[in-house]
Design a protein around this ligand. Sequence first.
Ligand SMILES: Nc1ncnc2c1ncn2[C@@H]1O[C@H](COP(=O)(O)OP(=O)(O)OP(=O)(O)O)[C@@H](O)[C@H]1O
Length: 244
Amino acid sequence: MLGGDASCDMAWDDMERLEGLEGLREFCARRTKKFTVSVEGNIGCGKSTLLKYFESCPTVECLKEPVDQWRDIQGHNALQLLYEDPKRWAFSFDNYSMLTRLEMHRHKHAVPVKMLERSLFSTRYVFVENSHKSGMLTDLEFAVLSEWFDFITTTQKVGVDLFVYLKAPPDVCHRRIMARNRKEESGVPLDFIEKLHDLHEDWLINQKKYKVPGPVLVLDASHELPKMKEIYEEFKSEILCGCT
Ligand SMILES: Nc1ncnc2c1ncn2[C@@H]1O[C@H](COP(=O)(O)OP(=O)(O)OP(=O)(O)O)[C@@H](O)[C@H]1O
């Protein structure tokens, strides 16, 4: 049921070393399918909470959003600069964000499932798109980032087997962001969260401008935590691509 180009232990090239039927058998035995799952959704929708929930599963390796890297790139806090003066810093931030996403996609996992907190695809189709639409990126800057993205996605293995979309109303996300009180986010307006919500919907649900490169599992993330945990359990097998 699930597609994508997730990694396996052996490449077809390795077949050259393994001759005949025995070789084929060895290839089949050692070729274990691995999955990449990307958890998508608005700021504050509960992605980290979901990752934390599945972190203890022995079949899963979770890669959190690389916020620490954004906060300290050779002594610069790119995230803070972005929030302070987005017009000046959006290009630098989005550019670096794409690099850190590529690193996540390229990270090799030994366990069956790699769970990413967002992906290169949401970086491009939601965040870079939003920066451009809201005038934070010039047309040229947007074109440069788009070409980088196209080059990466056509030359690198960045496949995702499943997108889990945590869908929550913007006001719910905004309330949670305010309650958690991160210093960079103290001034995040509801309007910004609404724009990001619409872009998630355009990409993951409507799929008009951009297609999703994999199946999408939509979970209603508007509930309080106890109910969310029930939902995680109910969909555990789907979320983990059968590797529970
Ligand atoms: N279902 C929920 N009910 C109430 N509060 C929640 C729920 N899920 C998450 N929270 C709280 O809301 C805040 C944001 O959640 P979380 O950090 O998981 O969101 P996120 O999607 O990872 O956000 P970001 O995109 O900024 O990383 C946290 O303080 C978390 O404890």
